[in-house]
Design a protein around this ligand. Sequence first.
Ligand SMILES: Cc1cc2nc3c(=O)[nH]c(=O)nc-3n(C[C@H](O)[C@H](O)[C@H](O)COP(=O)(O)OP(=O)(O)OC[C@H]3O[C@@H](n4cnc5c(N)ncnc54)[C@H](O)[C@@H]3O)c2cc1C
Length: 467
Amino acid sequence: MTTRRALLTGTALLVGGSAAGAVGYRLWRDREPDGPPSTDGAGRLVWRNWSGIQSSYPQSRAAPANEDELASLLKTAQGPIRPVGAGHSFQPLVPTSGTLLTLDRMSGVLDHDPEALTAQVRAGTRLGELGPALAKIGQEMRNLPDINKQSIGGALGTGTHGTGLGFKAIHGEVQSFRIATLGGDILDCSADHHPEIYHAARVNLGAFGVITEVTLRNSPLTTVQKRVELRDLGDVCDDWPALKKKHRNVEFYAIPFTGKAAVITVDETYRPVKPRGADEDSSTLMTLKTLRDVFGYAPDVRRFVARKLMDTLPAEDMVDEGWKLLSNERPVRFNEMEFHLPVDAQIPALKEVVATIEANRPDVFFPIEVRHIEADDAWLSPFYQRTSGSVAVHAYYKDEYQFLFTLIEPIFRRHGGRPHWGKLNSLTAADFRALYPRFDDAMAVRAALDPGGKFLNPYLKTALIGG
Ligand SMILES: Cc1cc2nc3c(=O)[nH]c(=O)nc-3n(C[C@H](O)[C@H](O)[C@H](O)COP(=O)(O)OP(=O)(O)OC[C@H]3O[C@@H](n4cnc5c(N)ncnc54)[C@H](O)[C@@H]3O)c2cc1C
Protein backbone atom coordinates (compact mmCIF):
# COMPACT_ATOMS: atom_id res chain seq x y z
CA MET A 1 0.00 0.00 0.00
CA THR A 2 1.19 3.56 -0.67
CA THR A 3 2.40 5.17 2.52
CA ARG A 4 2.86 8.80 3.48
CA ARG A 5 6.60 8.17 3.41
CA ALA A 6 6.87 6.52 0.02
CA LEU A 7 4.52 8.83 -1.80
CA LEU A 8 5.59 12.10 -0.29
CA THR A 9 9.29 11.41 -0.36
CA GLY A 10 9.31 9.98 -3.87
CA THR A 11 7.25 12.71 -5.44
CA ALA A 12 8.93 15.51 -3.59
CA LEU A 13 12.34 14.25 -4.63
CA LEU A 14 11.26 14.47 -8.26
CA VAL A 15 9.95 17.94 -7.68
CA GLY A 16 13.09 18.81 -5.75
CA GLY A 17 15.35 17.55 -8.52
CA SER A 18 13.73 19.92 -11.00
CA ALA A 19 14.52 22.89 -8.83
CA ALA A 20 18.11 22.20 -7.92
CA GLY A 21 19.04 25.87 -7.89
CA ALA A 22 16.58 26.68 -5.14
CA VAL A 23 17.66 23.63 -3.18
CA GLY A 24 21.27 24.70 -3.51
CA TYR A 25 20.43 28.03 -1.94
CA ARG A 26 18.61 26.36 0.94
CA LEU A 27 21.40 23.82 1.48
CA TRP A 28 23.81 26.69 1.85
CA ARG A 29 21.65 27.93 4.74
CA ASP A 30 20.95 24.43 6.04
CA ARG A 31 23.88 24.24 8.42
CA GLU A 32 24.31 23.01 12.00
CA PRO A 33 23.90 25.94 14.38
CA ASP A 34 27.02 26.95 16.29
CA GLY A 35 27.24 25.18 19.63
CA PRO A 36 29.10 26.00 22.84
CA PRO A 37 32.57 24.46 23.42
CA SER A 38 32.45 21.02 25.06
CA THR A 39 34.40 22.35 28.08
CA ASP A 40 34.89 25.79 29.55
CA GLY A 41 38.19 27.41 30.56
CA ALA A 42 38.13 25.55 33.88
CA GLY A 43 37.63 22.19 32.18
CA ARG A 44 33.96 21.84 33.18
CA LEU A 45 31.85 19.77 30.77
CA VAL A 46 29.00 21.42 28.93
CA TRP A 47 25.36 20.51 29.58
CA ARG A 48 22.88 21.13 26.72
CA ASN A 49 19.15 20.70 26.36
CA TRP A 50 17.54 18.48 23.70
CA SER A 51 17.13 21.21 21.09
CA GLY A 52 20.60 22.64 21.73
CA ILE A 53 19.64 26.23 22.60
CA GLN A 54 20.26 26.01 26.37
CA SER A 55 23.63 25.19 27.88
CA SER A 56 25.79 25.67 30.95
CA TYR A 57 28.97 24.42 32.65
CA PRO A 58 27.95 23.05 36.07
CA GLN A 59 30.60 23.19 38.79
CA SER A 60 29.47 19.77 39.99
CA ARG A 61 27.09 17.00 38.93
CA ALA A 62 25.32 14.70 41.36
CA ALA A 63 23.37 11.49 40.86
CA PRO A 64 22.19 10.29 44.29
CA ALA A 65 21.07 6.65 44.50
CA ASN A 66 18.45 7.14 47.21
CA GLU A 67 16.66 9.69 49.39
CA ASP A 68 19.29 9.55 52.16
CA GLU A 69 22.10 10.40 49.75
CA LEU A 70 19.99 13.16 48.23
CA ALA A 71 19.05 14.65 51.60
CA SER A 72 22.63 14.92 52.81
CA LEU A 73 23.80 16.25 49.44
CA LEU A 74 21.22 19.05 49.46
CA LYS A 75 22.53 20.40 52.78
CA THR A 76 25.95 21.22 51.31
CA ALA A 77 25.53 21.41 47.51
CA GLN A 78 26.67 24.56 45.78
CA GLY A 79 23.84 26.66 44.35
CA PRO A 80 22.14 27.15 42.09
CA ILE A 81 21.01 23.54 42.57
CA ARG A 82 19.15 22.53 39.43
CA PRO A 83 17.36 19.19 39.11
CA VAL A 84 17.35 17.84 35.56
CA GLY A 85 15.12 15.17 34.03
CA ALA A 86 15.67 14.37 30.35
CA GLY A 87 16.65 17.95 29.43
CA HIS A 88 13.71 18.28 27.04
CA SER A 89 12.61 21.77 28.13
CA PHE A 90 13.27 24.71 25.81
CA GLN A 91 13.26 27.39 28.52
CA PRO A 92 16.45 27.92 30.62
CA LEU A 93 15.08 26.03 33.63
CA VAL A 94 18.04 23.71 34.10
CA PRO A 95 21.25 25.66 33.29
CA THR A 96 23.44 26.19 36.35
CA SER A 97 26.97 27.16 37.23
CA GLY A 98 26.47 25.31 40.54
CA THR A 99 25.08 21.79 41.01
CA LEU A 100 23.30 19.78 38.31
CA LEU A 101 21.27 17.04 39.97
CA THR A 102 19.88 14.02 38.16
CA LEU A 103 17.59 11.35 39.61
CA ASP A 104 18.48 8.85 36.89
CA ARG A 105 19.55 6.36 39.59
CA MET A 106 16.24 6.77 41.42
CA SER A 107 13.82 5.15 39.01
CA GLY A 108 11.24 2.37 38.86
CA VAL A 109 7.84 1.45 40.30
CA LEU A 110 8.00 0.97 44.08
CA ASP A 111 4.51 -0.21 44.92
CA HIS A 112 0.97 -0.28 43.55
CA ASP A 113 -2.62 -0.65 44.66
CA PRO A 114 -4.58 -2.86 42.25
CA GLU A 115 -7.93 -1.78 43.73
CA ALA A 116 -7.34 1.96 43.70
CA LEU A 117 -5.30 1.71 40.45
CA THR A 118 -2.49 3.80 41.86
CA ALA A 119 1.26 3.30 41.58
CA GLN A 120 4.13 4.77 43.60
CA VAL A 121 6.92 5.68 41.22
CA ARG A 122 10.44 7.07 41.74
CA ALA A 123 10.74 10.55 40.22
CA GLY A 124 13.70 9.69 37.99
CA THR A 125 11.62 7.16 36.04
CA ARG A 126 11.31 8.02 32.34
CA LEU A 127 7.79 7.85 30.94
CA GLY A 128 9.03 5.38 28.35
CA GLU A 129 10.15 2.98 31.11
CA LEU A 130 6.97 3.52 33.06
CA GLY A 131 4.71 2.27 30.22
CA PRO A 132 5.95 -1.35 30.25
CA ALA A 133 6.41 -1.35 34.05
CA LEU A 134 2.79 -0.31 34.60
CA ALA A 135 1.54 -2.69 31.89
CA LYS A 136 3.01 -5.58 33.92
CA ILE A 137 0.68 -4.66 36.79
CA GLY A 138 -2.33 -4.05 34.52
CA GLN A 139 -2.15 -0.26 34.67
CA GLU A 140 -1.35 2.63 32.35
CA MET A 141 -0.96 6.37 32.83
CA ARG A 142 -4.26 8.11 32.18
CA ASN A 143 -2.71 10.19 29.43
CA LEU A 144 0.67 10.66 27.79
CA PRO A 145 2.45 13.52 26.02
CA ASP A 146 3.66 13.47 22.43
CA ILE A 147 6.97 11.86 23.48
CA ASN A 148 7.84 9.60 26.43
CA LYS A 149 11.46 10.60 27.04
CA GLN A 150 10.70 12.84 30.05
CA SER A 151 11.23 11.77 33.65
CA ILE A 152 8.23 11.91 35.95
CA GLY A 153 9.99 14.65 37.96
CA GLY A 154 10.68 16.63 34.80
CA ALA A 155 7.13 16.22 33.52
CA LEU A 156 5.70 17.59 36.79
CA GLY A 157 8.27 20.37 36.68
CA THR A 158 6.57 22.10 33.74
CA GLY A 159 2.96 20.85 33.65
CA THR A 160 3.49 18.33 30.85
CA HIS A 161 0.23 17.23 29.21
CA GLY A 162 -1.37 15.11 26.49
CA THR A 163 -4.75 15.71 24.87
CA GLY A 164 -8.41 14.67 25.15
CA LEU A 165 -11.74 15.75 26.58
CA GLY A 166 -11.81 14.84 30.27
CA PHE A 167 -8.04 14.23 30.45
CA LYS A 168 -5.89 16.29 32.79
CA ALA A 169 -2.17 16.96 32.49
CA ILE A 170 0.13 14.48 34.26
CA HIS A 171 0.28 16.50 37.51
CA GLY A 172 -3.53 16.43 37.59
CA GLU A 173 -3.30 12.69 38.35
CA VAL A 174 -0.75 13.02 41.16
CA GLN A 175 -2.32 11.82 44.40
CA SER A 176 0.76 12.52 46.52
CA PHE A 177 4.49 13.11 46.23
CA ARG A 178 7.62 13.16 48.37
CA ILE A 179 9.91 16.16 48.20
CA ALA A 180 13.47 16.54 49.51
CA THR A 181 14.08 19.98 51.01
CA LEU A 182 17.23 22.03 51.42
CA GLY A 183 17.19 21.31 55.14
CA GLY A 184 17.51 17.59 54.42
CA ASP A 185 13.90 16.64 55.21
CA ILE A 186 11.80 14.37 53.03
CA LEU A 187 8.16 15.52 53.18
CA ASP A 188 5.10 13.47 52.22
CA CYS A 189 2.69 15.86 50.49
CA SER A 190 -0.95 15.25 49.58
CA ALA A 191 -4.32 16.95 49.98
CA ASP A 192 -4.08 15.92 53.68
CA HIS A 193 -0.35 16.21 54.50
CA HIS A 194 1.41 19.52 53.85
CA PRO A 195 -1.52 20.47 51.59
CA GLU A 196 -0.01 23.90 50.83
CA ILE A 197 3.14 22.25 49.38
CA TYR A 198 0.95 19.72 47.54
CA HIS A 199 -1.00 22.53 45.87
CA ALA A 200 1.97 24.82 45.28
CA ALA A 201 4.52 22.28 44.02
CA ARG A 202 2.67 19.74 41.88
CA VAL A 203 3.92 21.97 39.04
CA ASN A 204 7.18 23.23 40.49
CA LEU A 205 9.95 24.08 37.95
CA GLY A 206 12.40 22.36 40.28
CA ALA A 207 12.27 25.51 42.41
CA PHE A 208 10.77 24.15 45.66
CA GLY A 209 12.93 21.10 46.37
CA VAL A 210 13.56 17.78 44.66
CA ILE A 211 10.62 15.46 44.04
CA THR A 212 11.73 11.91 44.87
CA GLU A 213 8.55 9.84 44.53
CA VAL A 214 5.09 10.30 43.08
CA THR A 215 1.87 8.34 43.56
CA LEU A 216 -0.04 8.38 40.30
CA ARG A 217 -3.73 7.69 39.74
CA ASN A 218 -3.75 5.37 36.74
CA SER A 219 -6.23 3.57 34.47
CA PRO A 220 -6.61 -0.12 33.64
CA LEU A 221 -4.38 -1.17 30.74
CA THR A 222 -6.28 -0.68 27.47
CA THR A 223 -5.89 -1.53 23.82
CA VAL A 224 -6.46 1.42 21.52
CA GLN A 225 -6.78 2.16 17.86
CA LYS A 226 -4.80 5.13 16.63
CA ARG A 227 -5.67 6.75 13.31
CA VAL A 228 -3.77 9.43 11.40
CA GLU A 229 -5.75 11.12 8.64
CA LEU A 230 -5.14 14.15 6.42
CA ARG A 231 -8.11 16.49 6.03
CA ASP A 232 -8.82 20.07 4.98
CA LEU A 233 -7.79 22.43 7.77
CA GLY A 234 -10.97 24.54 7.56
CA ASP A 235 -13.17 21.45 8.01
CA VAL A 236 -11.10 20.24 10.94
CA CYS A 237 -11.37 23.63 12.67
CA ASP A 238 -15.16 23.55 12.20
CA ASP A 239 -15.37 19.94 13.47
CA TRP A 240 -12.99 20.38 16.43
CA PRO A 241 -15.72 20.48 19.14
CA ALA A 242 -17.36 17.37 17.66
CA LEU A 243 -14.03 15.57 17.21
CA LYS A 244 -13.22 16.14 20.89
CA LYS A 245 -16.54 14.60 21.92
CA LYS A 246 -16.28 11.67 19.53
CA HIS A 247 -12.76 10.42 20.33
CA ARG A 248 -11.05 9.47 23.57
CA ASN A 249 -7.93 11.43 22.60
CA VAL A 250 -7.70 13.75 19.63
CA GLU A 251 -5.30 16.37 18.36
CA PHE A 252 -4.45 17.87 15.01
CA TYR A 253 -1.48 19.40 13.30
CA ALA A 254 -2.29 22.36 11.03
CA ILE A 255 0.21 22.23 8.16
CA PRO A 256 1.02 25.79 7.08
CA PHE A 257 1.08 26.64 3.36
CA THR A 258 -1.03 23.57 2.50
CA GLY A 259 -4.55 24.19 3.83
CA LYS A 260 -4.37 20.67 5.29
CA ALA A 261 -4.32 19.17 8.77
CA ALA A 262 -3.21 15.79 10.11
CA VAL A 263 -5.85 14.58 12.56
CA ILE A 264 -4.75 11.98 15.12
CA THR A 265 -7.42 10.09 17.05
CA VAL A 266 -7.08 7.41 19.71
CA ASP A 267 -10.00 5.21 20.84
CA GLU A 268 -10.36 2.08 22.90
CA THR A 269 -10.93 -1.05 20.82
CA TYR A 270 -11.23 -4.83 20.97
CA ARG A 271 -9.62 -5.24 17.54
CA PRO A 272 -6.51 -7.44 17.23
CA VAL A 273 -3.11 -5.81 17.61
CA LYS A 274 -1.70 -4.12 14.51
CA PRO A 275 1.58 -2.60 15.66
CA ARG A 276 2.70 0.81 14.52
CA GLY A 277 4.90 0.59 11.45
CA ALA A 278 8.02 2.56 10.60
CA ASP A 279 8.03 6.22 11.62
CA GLU A 280 6.13 8.14 8.91
CA ASP A 281 6.13 11.49 10.70
CA SER A 282 9.81 12.32 10.23
CA SER A 283 9.84 11.61 6.51
CA THR A 284 6.64 13.60 6.03
CA LEU A 285 8.31 16.45 7.90
CA MET A 286 11.39 16.28 5.69
CA THR A 287 9.14 16.32 2.63
CA LEU A 288 7.47 19.48 3.93
CA LYS A 289 10.97 20.88 4.36
CA THR A 290 11.83 20.00 0.76
CA LEU A 291 8.69 21.80 -0.41
CA ARG A 292 9.76 24.80 1.69
CA ASP A 293 13.28 24.65 0.24
CA VAL A 294 12.04 24.48 -3.35
CA PHE A 295 8.85 26.55 -3.33
CA GLY A 296 9.26 28.64 -0.18
CA TYR A 297 9.01 31.88 -2.06
CA ALA A 298 6.15 30.77 -4.36
CA PRO A 299 3.39 30.04 -1.84
CA ASP A 300 0.70 29.29 -4.44
CA VAL A 301 2.84 26.65 -6.11
CA ARG A 302 3.89 25.26 -2.72
CA ARG A 303 0.24 24.89 -1.71
CA PHE A 304 -0.74 23.36 -5.06
CA VAL A 305 2.04 20.75 -5.01
CA ALA A 306 1.49 19.92 -1.35
CA ARG A 307 -2.24 19.40 -1.87
CA LYS A 308 -1.65 17.25 -4.95
CA LEU A 309 0.66 15.04 -2.88
CA MET A 310 -1.56 14.85 0.17
CA ASP A 311 -4.98 14.41 -1.42
CA THR A 312 -4.19 10.83 -2.44
CA LEU A 313 -2.88 9.64 0.90
CA PRO A 314 -4.81 6.95 2.78
CA ALA A 315 -5.42 7.11 6.53
CA GLU A 316 -3.05 5.11 8.76
CA ASP A 317 -4.37 2.78 11.44
CA MET A 318 -2.63 0.93 14.23
CA VAL A 319 -3.86 -1.05 17.24
CA ASP A 320 -1.88 -1.75 20.42
CA GLU A 321 -1.65 -1.04 24.13
CA GLY A 322 -2.12 2.68 24.74
CA TRP A 323 1.37 3.36 26.13
CA LYS A 324 2.87 2.05 22.86
CA LEU A 325 0.83 4.36 20.62
CA LEU A 326 0.11 7.62 22.43
CA SER A 327 3.69 8.90 22.40
CA ASN A 328 5.95 9.18 19.36
CA GLU A 329 9.60 9.37 18.36
CA ARG A 330 10.71 12.89 17.41
CA PRO A 331 14.19 12.53 15.90
CA VAL A 332 13.94 15.82 13.97
CA ARG A 333 14.91 18.50 16.48
CA PHE A 334 13.05 21.80 16.84
CA ASN A 335 12.42 24.75 19.13
CA GLU A 336 8.89 25.33 20.31
CA MET A 337 6.44 27.79 21.83
CA GLU A 338 3.12 26.52 23.22
CA PHE A 339 0.39 28.49 24.94
CA HIS A 340 -2.70 27.19 26.70
CA LEU A 341 -5.74 29.25 25.78
CA PRO A 342 -9.33 29.55 26.95
CA VAL A 343 -11.22 26.90 24.97
CA ASP A 344 -13.23 29.43 22.93
CA ALA A 345 -10.07 31.32 21.96
CA GLN A 346 -8.18 28.29 20.66
CA ILE A 347 -9.37 28.08 17.05
CA PRO A 348 -9.45 31.88 16.50
CA ALA A 349 -5.87 32.07 17.84
CA LEU A 350 -4.81 29.14 15.64
CA LYS A 351 -6.27 30.79 12.53
CA GLU A 352 -4.41 34.00 13.33
CA VAL A 353 -1.18 32.09 13.86
CA VAL A 354 -1.50 30.23 10.53
CA ALA A 355 -2.38 33.44 8.66
CA THR A 356 0.53 35.31 10.28
CA ILE A 357 3.02 32.59 9.39
CA GLU A 358 1.73 32.31 5.83
CA ALA A 359 1.93 36.10 5.38
CA ASN A 360 5.35 36.59 6.95
CA ARG A 361 7.39 33.44 7.32
CA PRO A 362 7.74 31.26 4.21
CA ASP A 363 10.64 29.48 5.94
CA VAL A 364 8.30 27.77 8.44
CA PHE A 365 7.37 24.19 7.56
CA PHE A 366 6.68 22.48 10.87
CA PRO A 367 3.01 21.67 11.50
CA ILE A 368 1.25 23.54 14.33
CA GLU A 369 -0.07 21.28 17.11
CA VAL A 370 -3.56 21.72 18.57
CA ARG A 371 -4.69 19.89 21.76
CA HIS A 372 -7.24 19.92 24.60
CA ILE A 373 -6.43 19.71 28.32
CA GLU A 374 -8.84 19.55 31.27
CA ALA A 375 -8.66 21.97 34.22
CA ASP A 376 -6.96 21.07 37.53
CA ASP A 377 -6.26 22.76 40.84
CA ALA A 378 -2.45 22.93 41.12
CA TRP A 379 -1.56 26.57 41.81
CA LEU A 380 1.14 26.85 39.14
CA SER A 381 -0.65 24.70 36.61
CA PRO A 382 -1.28 26.43 33.27
CA PHE A 383 -4.66 24.68 33.51
CA TYR A 384 -5.42 26.04 36.99
CA GLN A 385 -9.22 26.24 37.16
CA ARG A 386 -9.33 26.53 33.37
CA THR A 387 -9.95 23.82 30.79
CA SER A 388 -7.70 24.81 27.91
CA GLY A 389 -6.98 24.47 24.24
CA SER A 390 -3.28 24.55 23.41
CA VAL A 391 -1.57 25.72 20.24
CA ALA A 392 2.12 24.94 19.69
CA VAL A 393 4.37 26.44 17.01
CA HIS A 394 7.67 24.78 16.13
CA ALA A 395 10.81 25.95 14.33
CA TYR A 396 13.34 23.53 12.83
CA TYR A 397 16.44 23.52 15.04
CA LYS A 398 18.63 24.90 12.25
CA ASP A 399 16.21 27.76 11.56
CA GLU A 400 15.80 31.16 13.15
CA TYR A 401 13.13 31.07 15.88
CA GLN A 402 12.89 34.67 17.13
CA PHE A 403 9.65 35.05 15.14
CA LEU A 404 8.03 32.98 17.87
CA PHE A 405 8.56 35.91 20.23
CA THR A 406 7.90 38.78 17.83
CA LEU A 407 4.99 37.41 15.77
CA ILE A 408 3.40 34.48 17.59
CA GLU A 409 3.61 35.24 21.31
CA PRO A 410 1.63 38.51 20.98
CA ILE A 411 -1.24 36.56 19.37
CA PHE A 412 -1.30 34.03 22.20
CA ARG A 413 -1.13 36.77 24.83
CA ARG A 414 -3.95 38.75 23.22
CA HIS A 415 -6.10 35.61 23.42
CA GLY A 416 -5.42 35.18 27.14
CA GLY A 417 -2.91 32.33 26.87
CA ARG A 418 -0.73 30.95 29.64
CA PRO A 419 2.60 29.60 28.35
CA HIS A 420 3.82 26.05 28.80
CA TRP A 421 6.46 26.45 31.54
CA GLY A 422 8.98 24.34 29.63
CA LYS A 423 8.53 25.95 26.20
CA LEU A 424 9.73 29.26 24.81
CA ASN A 425 8.13 32.41 26.19
CA SER A 426 9.33 35.83 27.34
CA LEU A 427 7.08 36.26 30.38
CA THR A 428 8.40 37.44 33.74
CA ALA A 429 7.10 37.26 37.32
CA ALA A 430 4.73 40.23 36.87
CA ASP A 431 3.10 38.50 33.87
CA PHE A 432 2.78 35.17 35.67
CA ARG A 433 1.33 36.91 38.74
CA ALA A 434 -1.42 38.37 36.52
CA LEU A 435 -2.17 35.00 34.90
CA TYR A 436 -2.08 32.79 38.01
CA PRO A 437 -4.52 33.71 40.84
CA ARG A 438 -2.47 31.74 43.43
CA PHE A 439 0.99 32.79 42.19
CA ASP A 440 1.87 34.73 45.35
CA ASP A 441 0.64 31.89 47.58
CA ALA A 442 2.85 29.46 45.66
CA MET A 443 5.81 31.83 45.94
CA ALA A 444 5.30 32.13 49.71
CA VAL A 445 5.48 28.33 50.00
CA ARG A 446 8.59 28.34 47.78
CA ALA A 447 10.30 31.06 49.85
CA ALA A 448 9.62 29.18 53.09
CA LEU A 449 11.30 26.06 51.65
CA ASP A 450 14.19 27.94 50.00
CA PRO A 451 14.62 31.32 51.72
CA GLY A 452 18.07 31.91 50.20
CA GLY A 453 17.01 31.14 46.64
CA LYS A 454 19.48 28.25 46.32
CA PHE A 455 17.25 26.50 43.77
CA LEU A 456 16.99 29.59 41.55
CA ASN A 457 19.13 30.21 38.48
CA PRO A 458 19.03 33.66 36.83
CA TYR A 459 16.04 32.76 34.64
CA LEU A 460 13.98 31.44 37.55
CA LYS A 461 14.71 34.62 39.52
CA THR A 462 13.21 36.61 36.65
CA ALA A 463 10.25 34.29 36.19
CA LEU A 464 9.36 33.73 39.83
CA ILE A 465 10.64 36.75 41.76
CA GLY A 466 11.04 39.54 39.20
CA GLY A 467 12.97 42.76 39.25
C1 LIG B 1 10.29 16.53 21.35
C2 LIG B 1 9.53 17.11 22.51
C3 LIG B 1 8.19 16.81 22.65
C4 LIG B 1 7.47 17.35 23.73
N1 LIG B 1 6.14 17.03 23.84
C5 LIG B 1 5.42 17.55 24.86
C6 LIG B 1 4.04 17.25 25.02
O1 LIG B 1 3.47 16.48 24.26
N2 LIG B 1 3.38 17.82 26.04
C7 LIG B 1 3.99 18.67 26.92
O2 LIG B 1 3.33 19.18 27.83
N3 LIG B 1 5.30 18.96 26.81
C8 LIG B 1 6.02 18.42 25.81
N4 LIG B 1 7.36 18.71 25.71
C9 LIG B 1 7.98 19.51 26.78
C10 LIG B 1 8.46 18.59 27.90
O3 LIG B 1 7.50 17.62 28.23
C11 LIG B 1 8.71 19.40 29.17
O4 LIG B 1 9.62 20.43 28.92
C12 LIG B 1 9.21 18.50 30.31
O5 LIG B 1 9.31 19.26 31.48
C13 LIG B 1 10.56 17.87 29.99
O6 LIG B 1 10.82 16.84 30.90
P1 LIG B 1 12.32 16.46 31.25
O7 LIG B 1 12.30 15.18 32.00
O8 LIG B 1 13.16 16.57 30.06
O9 LIG B 1 12.65 17.64 32.29
P2 LIG B 1 13.75 18.78 32.21
O10 LIG B 1 13.51 19.58 30.99
O11 LIG B 1 15.07 18.21 32.42
O12 LIG B 1 13.30 19.62 33.50
C14 LIG B 1 12.07 20.30 33.52
C15 LIG B 1 11.86 20.95 34.88
O13 LIG B 1 11.64 19.95 35.86
C16 LIG B 1 12.54 20.12 36.94
N5 LIG B 1 12.80 18.80 37.51
C17 LIG B 1 13.26 17.70 36.89
N6 LIG B 1 13.30 16.65 37.75
C18 LIG B 1 12.87 17.12 38.94
C19 LIG B 1 12.68 16.55 40.23
N7 LIG B 1 12.94 15.26 40.48
N8 LIG B 1 12.23 17.35 41.24
C20 LIG B 1 11.95 18.65 41.02
N9 LIG B 1 12.10 19.23 39.81
C21 LIG B 1 12.55 18.48 38.79
C22 LIG B 1 13.74 20.81 36.33
O14 LIG B 1 14.49 21.49 37.30
C23 LIG B 1 13.06 21.76 35.36
O15 LIG B 1 12.61 22.90 36.01
C24 LIG B 1 8.11 18.19 24.67
C25 LIG B 1 9.46 18.51 24.52
C26 LIG B 1 10.18 17.96 23.45
C27 LIG B 1 11.63 18.29 23.30
